[in-house]
Design a protein around this ligand. Structure first.
Ligand SMILES: [Zn+2]
Length: 163
């Protein structure tokens, strides 16, 4: 994906208030992110471990989501599969809950999904990060198709949040 600036990222949030988007923690060394290998940029909040964020560029427009990760529980010790990149991890997948955009979110509605705990789907898909034994399913898809699938899954999740 094309590198984004801190300002572009903060302006891209669709499911939190402008004030929250201004205050939340954006990775400091944005220039050092492996943008060429990223389908979306995701990160955990170093100050608040129950928070995570992701930003993706769809149709040339950056869109970002604020996510909550309910505290680690028993499911984290199980093998889990990321709903975005379909990588199976042992303990490396977190339930992430996105408040819905707009009024629905203010009323407490949210959408949850399982995502790689470190939000590094793009790197697992490309084999640049190892998810452990048995993580890679044998698939006949090309890398390009797997990347497309990840993007489609993230876009579908965003569509649910903004619906
Ligand atoms: Zn993933």
């Amino acid at each position: 994906m094309k590198p984004l600036s801190e300002r572009e990222i903060r302006a891209a949030f669709v499911n939190c208030t402008k004030g929250e988007a201004k205050r939340l923690s954006v990775p400091r060394h944005l220039a050092d992110q492996p943008w060429d290998d990223l389908d979306y940029l995701g990160w955990r909040d170093p100050q608040a471990h129950d928070r995570a964020y992701l930003v993706i560029t769809l149709d040339d427009r950056p869109t970002a989501l604020a996510l909550r990760c309910p505290s680690p529980a028993s499911w984290q010790t199980r093998r889990g599969m990321c709903s975005m990149c379909l990588t199976a991890h042992t303990g490396g997948v977190s339930l992430m809950v996105a408040p819905k955009a707009g009024k629905a979110g203010q009323q407490g509605n949210s959408v949850g999904t399982y995502i790689c705990s470190d939000l590094a789907c793009s790197l697992y898909v490309r084999g640049k990060k190892d998810a452990g034994v048995g993580a890679r399913l044998h698939e006949s898809l090309t890398l390009e198709e797997k990347i497309q699938r990840t993007v489609t899954n993230v876009a579908a999740f965003i569509a649910e949040v903004t619906a």
